[in-house]
Design a protein around this ligand. Sequence first.
Ligand SMILES: Nc1ncnc2c1ncn2[C@@H]1O[C@H](COP(=O)(O)OP(=O)(O)O)[C@@H](O)[C@H]1O
Ligand SMILES: [Mg+2]
Length: 344
Amino acid sequence: MITFNGVDKSFTENRKAVKGLSFTIERGEFFVLIGPSGCGKTTTLKMINRLIDASSGTITINGSPHTDVDIHELRWNIGYVLQQIALFPHLTVAENISVVPEMKKWKQKDIERRVDELLDLVGLDPATYRDRLPEDLSGGQQQRIGVARALAGDPDIILMDEPFSALDPLVREQLQTDIKALQQRIKKTIVFVTHDMREATILGDRIAMMEEGELQQVGTAEELQQNPATPAVSAFMGRYSSQRNLTLKEVFTPTEKSEYIQPKFDTHLQHVQFIVDEHGKSFTTINDGAKQQTVDAIDHSSSIKAAFRFLESNELAAVPIQENGKIIGTVSYKDLARVSIDNQ
Ligand SMILES: Nc1ncnc2c1ncn2[C@@H]1O[C@H](COP(=O)(O)OP(=O)(O)O)[C@@H](O)[C@H]1O
Ligand SMILES: [Mg+2]
């Protein structure tokens, strides 16, 4: 658990880069810091591993001020992945990954085992990649090594500062999917900086939005969207969800068996399960059976905006889509959020 208590940082006398930051990141959480360029995201992140020290206020990790811990100890136990792919160019992949375990004086055998395990974990075949130099890897592969290196010393916390923003969109999307799956598997606390709301929505358990050095709101993507706490959040989310004239036909997830579908969506708010009866009527179960509610499927020709409104007013995370009275698929809040950002 990482807690900021009234943290300020000034680089110059008359201006605070971040002001009065107070928030808590839970253990095992995927926590995203978002906001426009210059709002203080990197400064906030770097204060966690003391690459930058706060001017006032305190930061605690698992209850103790992190300034009580030896600074090297602290850094070894916090993985760090940067936007600029920052591998050591003259070291092999294995040597790059081994840096922290070697500083921690692990046994050579354990280090070798760890390198192979991590390469597997980030989706690269150890035998193929362990002895390569960074220059013989694609940008996406280098960033995977960056992630492996950050995990090498088995840290509890991983900080990631716009790690995928230099990559092309397809590679970026794949890495987003992979890092999310990886985090769910290894259950580390990840603090992830981005200025991309779509990325934040895909990855974040919770999102903290900053503007001009101040925290605006912490919540799930849905909470920020539905109940923006400040005009800055509202404007940011409004830009993000400004809809085009797309219809659901372009974005829904088709289902094979139109007479009976049972997709399940896990969101932070609710579990949603659709059951379609023989008359094509769909039942939506929320919170794993705690509450059952019948919703009408929405027509595939509806607009994205109408679908957003429908989900919001019914407090649903997803809804079935119908064409000529037949259920043809589903669309989730996240599906909609993705197309909105894609089409800005
Ligand atoms: N080392 C520094 N010296 C002076 N000003 C800095 C320094 N680092 C960041 N700043 C200023 O602090 C503010 C926040 O920067 P930063 O945390 O890098 O923003 P972000 O990561 O959100 O783009 C900016 O106004 C930036 O110019
Ligand atoms: Mg930054």
